[in-house]
Design a protein around this ligand. Structure first.
Ligand code: AQP
Length: 330
């Protein structure tokens, strides 16, 4: 049987090059080797407040970006999480087998909760919903950025606990990190990961940023006090710029060193900006074409949900049976 890949992105802000290099770009490269399901996880996004109008628009924007980046809807399923009710249903069933202590250890919850005035229980339960997304489809491989590794570990723990309580039910999912680009850092602060929800114009390059803005953001990126690139002593800002270039170009470490060693920071930034613009421009062009045909986008999302629903429903039925929950027999 062809192994199944599943991953998702929250429609919680503007997709940035971290999301692309850590996740979306790799999905495009690997999709044809697997049976692939890529989700727009709107139920995750509402774990922090989203303006309803913005959320509605973001779901479509991100679906269009998936297609523009190269997800092939004839092969891969693009699914809006909330359109397949089994995600939420399995999340509840798994919540009941997940010890609170496991969730209390999640670093993303601690970081996000400390930035909120009032923390909804959904933010705490977020990793259980993510486990449900994955286990619902018995996914074999989950390609994500480094920040999601702890959540993936938890999904495996939940699957294992369920299997040992109720009998072999779930496939163990493996994490797949990209070789380069697994953790793109903020351009204004290379000690923090590039994030959709971080404020400030110098922080991230969004996939839909126009070329002049991309250039401006990268030219202003934080570096260090060295006169130029020194692979032995470089700080996190320079390392981050080189990472971005390498992830976009697929250059080897030797190529990177031969080309950039000793280069002045102004030239380094110019080349990183040019590389980024050259990779994002075709995506932006396709995005404009796709969004000109809203009916097409809706049809892709409907086809995606319709295709995966039987598998999702079958898993929930099995889980309920295993747990002794009432299931209709007719
Ligand atoms: N900086 C990053 N570097 C590499 N990969 C990243 N990812 C996110 N940021 C980086 C990967 O992108 C996928 C989708 O992420 P998400 O939307 O589910 O949530 P997130 O990781 O929490 O993304 P953000 O940008 O930080 O959004 P907010 O600010 O809304 O929380 C995942 O595979 C993730 O690893």
């Amino acid at each position: 049987m062809t192994p199944r890949v599943l991953s998702g992105i929250q429609p919680s802000g503007n997709l940035h090059i971290g999301n692309y290099l850590g996740a979306l770009g790799n999905w495009v490269k690997m999709q044809h080797d697997y049976e692939s399901i890529f989700c727009i996880v709107d139920l995750h996004a509402i774990t922090v407040y989203q303006k309803p109008e913005e959320l509605r628009a973001k779901v479509r924007e991100i679906a269009a970006l998936f297609l523009a980046a190269g997800i092939d809807p004839l092969h891969s399923r693009i699914v809006v999480q909330s359109t397949v009710a089994a995600h939420a249903e399995l999340a509840w069933l798994l919540t009941c087998v997940t010890p609170m202590g496991w969730l209390e250890r999640m670093t993303q919850f601690k970081a996000k909760a400390s930035a909120q005035e009032s923390v909804g229980d959904g933010l705490f339960q977020y990793p259980v919903l993510m486990a449900a997304d994955i286990l619902l489809y018995q996914a074999n491989i989950v390609p994500v950025g480094e920040d999601q590794m702890q959540h993936l570990e938890l999904a495996r723990d939940i699957a294992q606990r369920f299997n040992s309580l109720y009998g072999e039910t779930f496939t163990m999912p493996a994490t797949r990190l990209p070789l380069v680009g697994a953790r793109v850092m903020g351009l204004d602060d290379p000690t923090a990961k590039m994030s959709k929800s971080a404020s400030g114009t110098g922080h991230a390059v969004a996939l839909l940023d126009p070329p002049d803005r991309i250039k401006k953001t990268i030219m202003r990126a934080t570096t260090d006090s060295n006169p130029g690139v020194d692979f032995e002593t470089m700080g996190p800002g320079v390392q981050n710029l080189l990472n971005i270039f390498q992830a976009f170009s697929d250059w080897s470490n030797d190529q990177m060193k031969a080309h950039f060693e000793g280069m002045r920071y102004g030239d380094l930034k110019k080349q990183v900006a040019e590389m980024t613009i050259s990779k994002l421009e075709p995506i932006q062009k396709r995005y404009a074409e796709i969004t000109a045909d809203p009916a097409y986008l809706e049809s892709v999302l409907k086809a995606g949900a319709d295709a995966v629903r039987p598998t999702a429903d079958a898993t929930v039925r099995l889980v309920k049976e295993r747990m002794g929950i009432y299931t209709e027999t007719t």
